[in-house]
Design a protein around this ligand. Structure first.
Ligand code: UGA
Length: 438
């Protein structure tokens, strides 16, 4: 099939490469010409395991090309995927849908009536229907529109796109779905379930799935607060409740909480949309989900203060600053925010990360960025594990022991083997756990 993918951020780039892997002929459209040049040269503008190799294969097989204009789009493709971002509006809770409307408007100006438009961006419920009206004003006909949310996770983006748990398609007409199902036929043949829904339900599937995942994480982090107050262990608690099949063990990892470009802004945008719909009370609990999550960041600052006394001039090393491992994404990163708060308290904070250091911007200029792990931990008064990269999980506490001045580590992700760190002479502090250090 001839496909265009509009917007080459995380979602769009991964989707474009995945479609090329399925054998389609893909044109990627992106207004940022430097990004287009990078992609044409086979260079990913972000870190994502396995995706750059797949991009290069798609380029060399002639299945994918990139451009920054829409001119020949109508002739060049039959299905147009809209994959632009919907960030949180600065100073507000709502999602900014202006990029979706701009992309759809540009597309409507060149669209053929027979072509299919497929929205993949995460949008507030009701956006797709509004988009149909706006596109019709430009094109003069009702566009054939489907909403097809994406559930990929950073770090496993390509695998999630190629082998999703489900394919969700929302539209006003089952006929529109046929072409889209053809696009995914290889996946459907593998047994991946397809849910054909109305537009509103399809839009809601995405935001409500993210809200549920965020709620699960904040639930276990609320239990961590209870554990801290009562002497229980939230990690063992998660293990025990997660063995109940009805609950399940995923997304019950307690620690410094969720971040990134999706869960935080999606729950806030969802709350804002419920307010607009006059049913704000329905999602009032998500405000607490957000608050529990943000409290975990302050909890680490508090634990560091309890350990070091006055933070001023203390040397603190943050291991990992990306919002999750296998990603260089710093958007709403809990580890980075904790590092900045400790720095604001006068701490001398060194940050280490396997891939994300080069994304630090001027807001982070007070942090000492150190690419060598041994140097990063050498003079530390305190180490904090902020992102559970394999490099840190596999750290040999004996080997690290010879380096720091004071042997205390806060395991912000609850991934270290407490016994082996303690045997190596470390004090280990783990949020939500009642660990006795002798
Ligand atoms: C999330 C969803 O998982 C995807 O399904 C969705 O497609 C994506 O948002 C999106 O909306 O585009 P992502 O943000 O890449 O994916 O990462 P997650 O794996 O969901 O992790 C989010 C945050 O939660 C991370 O900071 C992670 O460290 C944290 N987390 C996750 C926990 O603190 N505990 C857990 O048990 C799981």
């Amino acid at each position: 099939m001839k496909i265009s993918v509009i917007g080459l951020g995380y979602l769009g780039t991964t989707h474009a490469v995945a479609m090329a892997q399925l054998g389609h002929n893909v044109i990627g459209i992106e207004p940022d010409s430097s990004r287009v040049q990078a992609l044409k040269a086979g260079n990913l503008p972000f870190f994502e395991p396995g995706l750059e190799d797949a991009l290069r294969q798609a380029i060399s097989s002639g299945k994918i090309s990139f451009q920054s204009h829409h001119d020949d789009l109508s002739a060049a493709s039959d299905i147009h995927f809209i994959c632009v971002g919907t960030p949180q509006i600065s100073g507000q809770q709502s999602a900014d849908t202006s990029y979706v409307f701009a992309a759809a408007g540009q597309l409507a100006a060149v669209l053929k009536p027979s072509s299919l438009v497929v929205g993949k961006s995460t949008v507030p419920v009701g956006t797709a229907r509004h988009l149909i009206t706006k596109m019709q004003e430009v094109s003069g006909f009702v566009p054939r529109l489907c909403w097809n949310p994406e559930f990929l996770r950073e770090g496993t983006a390509l695998a999630d796109s190629m082998l999703p748990d489900r394919i969700v398609i929302g539209s006003d007409d089952p006929e529109y779905n046929q072409a889209l199902k053809g696009c995914y036929q290889t996946m459907i043949d593998q047994g991946i379930p397809v849910l054909e829904l109305d537009l509103e339900t399809a839009e809601l599937v995405k935001v409500s799935a993210n809200a549920f995942l965020a709620t699960k994480i904040s639930f276990i982090n609320a239990m961590a607060e209870i554990a801290e107050a009562s002497g229980a262990d939230a990690v063992r608690l998660a293990e025990a409740i997660g063995l109940d099949n009805r609950i399940g063990k995923s997304f019950l990892r307690t620690g410094i909480g969720f971040g990134g470009g999706c869960l935080p802004k999606d729950i806030r945008g969802f709350i804002a949309r419920a307010d607009e719909l006059g049913v704000g009370d329905s999602l009032a609990f998500l405000k607490e989900v957000d608050q529990i999550n943000l409290r975990r960041r302050q909890r680490i600052v508090w634990l560091a203060t309890e350990e070091l006394g006055d933070i001023k001039n203390k040397k603190i090393t943050m291991l990992g600053i990306s919002f999750k491992p296998d990603s260089d994404d710093l958007r709403d990163s809990p580890a980075l925010e904790i590092a900045l708060r400790l720095q604001a308290l006068g701490g001398v904070v060194t940050v280490h990360d396997p891939v994300a250091l080069e994304n630090l911007d001027k807001k982070s200029s007070g942090l000492i960025s150190e690419a060598d792990l041994s140097t990063a931990v050498k003079d530390a008064d305190l180490m904090i594990l902020g992102t559970e990269w394999a490099d840190y999980k596999n750290l040999d506490p004996e080997a690290v022991s010879s380096l720091p001045r004071i042997k205390t580590i806060i395991d912000g992700r609850n991934v270290l083997n407490v016994d082996s760190w303690q045997i190596a002479g470390w004090r280990i502090i783990a949020p939500g756990r009642n660990i006795v250090n002798v």
